[in-house]
Write a protein of this length. Structure first.
Length: 395
């Protein structure tokens, strides 16, 4: 399929024959719906007296669209958190509640009692029993990426001088990492290959009966272990052909590089609202949206939950962050995710900075969908990518 962008009321689009054709086929939905606040300065209308009913109808449509191993992520703040949880329990059932992420926001100093510096991302599954495990590559986690990359760089630099020096440097870095973080997973990554890459030598024994194993193709004979068996000949040969096999004292191990290390997903995410603003600044579109979600946040949610190519649905598309996230992941991870975006052609508040910015650019009565398309097209142009989406309007 091709990427699709629909302009119109999202409930009408979700109920259309074209979208209903995706019933049971969508693995990932992200939405950033109105928070139903009294803020009158935003570019869009954030106040809705029928919020509960309107969101309920849309989540019911989501349930039908999700595959049996699919899930939905919903951004929200304290204002409607309790109502959203109730709706989620009602529509998806409490058994399919996956969890609640907390995202940090900019520091504030105008509260009478508590400065609220967080928002939430709720996650529900269509069928939690079939939902794949959530995990993230450690180098994609902002909380640890810089420190791990620094270790990789220092060891590589030391290796250029001598393998012995690299070993000393790696040991030093591992000890410092454990001291700083209290985490000991990195202790396993104590080996360095012939190119200076750090790796974990994973055991290739299995909880089976002890057995001998002859692999004549690579001249390897393995005597029986005391209490465990060996992995299959086919697996060890495949690892050898993929250059993923190492021998230590005549015993084979599987190579797992530190840049491939994964981790469970934490409930607290270090993504700030200002990161979304900086994403727009990089496109020279500062002020186009008030509180755009960070591209890295959406990428994180996709990466931790979607381990194969998926259809990504966002029917409160807003600033178009989800589209940019899909483009970036496809390039960085060599994946082929596709997106479906829906955004109503709501007029931008004339008191908002976005209105002034867009009128200056030649838009007479700018709308949110126009701002979204401006952002997506600007990103595509800046990265020399062709316009690869189908645009459809229902009015």
């Amino acid at each position: 399929m091709e990427n699709k962008i629909y302009v119109g009321d999202n409930l009408d689009v979700l109920k259309s024959k074209e979208i209903k054709a995706f019933a049971g086929k969508i693995n990932f939905i992200y939405i950033d719906p109105p928070y139903n606040t009294t803020n009158k300065t935003l570019a869009f209308n954030d106040t809705n007296n029928d919020w509960f009913i309107d969101i309920s109808k849309r989540l019911e449509a989501c349930y039908e669209l999700l595959s049996d191993k699919g899930c939905i992520f919903i951004s929200i703040d304290d204002n409607e958190l309790s109502n959203l949880l109730c709706l989620g329990y009602k529509i998806f059932s409490k058994e399919n509640y996956v969890g609640l992420f907390i995202t940090k926001q900019a520091q504030r100093s105008n509260a009478k009692h508590i400065n609220t510096i967080h928002e939430y991302v709720l996650c529900f599954a269509k069928n939690k029993k079939n939902l794949p495990k959530f995990y993230i590559n450690r180098l994609e986690n902002p909380a640890e990426a810089k420190q791990i990359q620094r270790i990789i760089n220092k060891v590589k630099k030391a290796y250029k001088e001598s393998p012995k020096l690299a070993k000393i440097e790696l040991k030093k870095q591992i000890e410092q990492y454990v001291k700083d973080t209290g985490e000991k997973w990195i202790v396993n990554y104590s080996n360095i290959d012939e190119e200076g890459n750090i790796f974990f030598a994973k055991d290739l024994s299995t909880p089976n009966k002890p057995n001998s194993l002859d692999i004549d193709e690579i001249g390897l004979h393995l005597n029986p272990l005391k209490t465990r068996g060996w992995s299959s000949k086919e697996k060890i040969l495949n690892l050898y052909n993929q250059k993923r096999l190492c021998l230590k004292n005549g015993r084979p191990y599987e190579i797992e590089y530190i840049y491939e290390a994964t981790n469970n997903v934490s409930s607290v995410l270090n993504f700030y609202s200002r990161q979304g603003t900086n994403d727009l600044k990089k496109l020279n579109l500062d002020g186009l949206f008030d509180t755009p979600k960070p591209v890295e946040l959406i990428k994180y949610l996709i990466r931790c939950s979607q381990h194969e190519d998926s259809i990504i649905l966002d029917f409160y598309a807003g600033s178009g962050t989800t589209a940019q996230a899909v483009y970036e992941i496809n390039k960085e991870d060599l994946t082929n995710h596709k997106y479906i975006l829906v955004q109503i052609d709501e007029k931008i508040n004339s008191k908002n900075d976005a209105y002034a910015l867009m009128t200056k650019m030649g838009y007479s009565e700018p709308t949110v969908d126009q701002a979204m398309l401006l952002r997506i097209n600007t990103y595509l142009d800046k990265n020399n990518l062709k316009k690869d989406y189908i645009l459809k309007k229902d009015r």
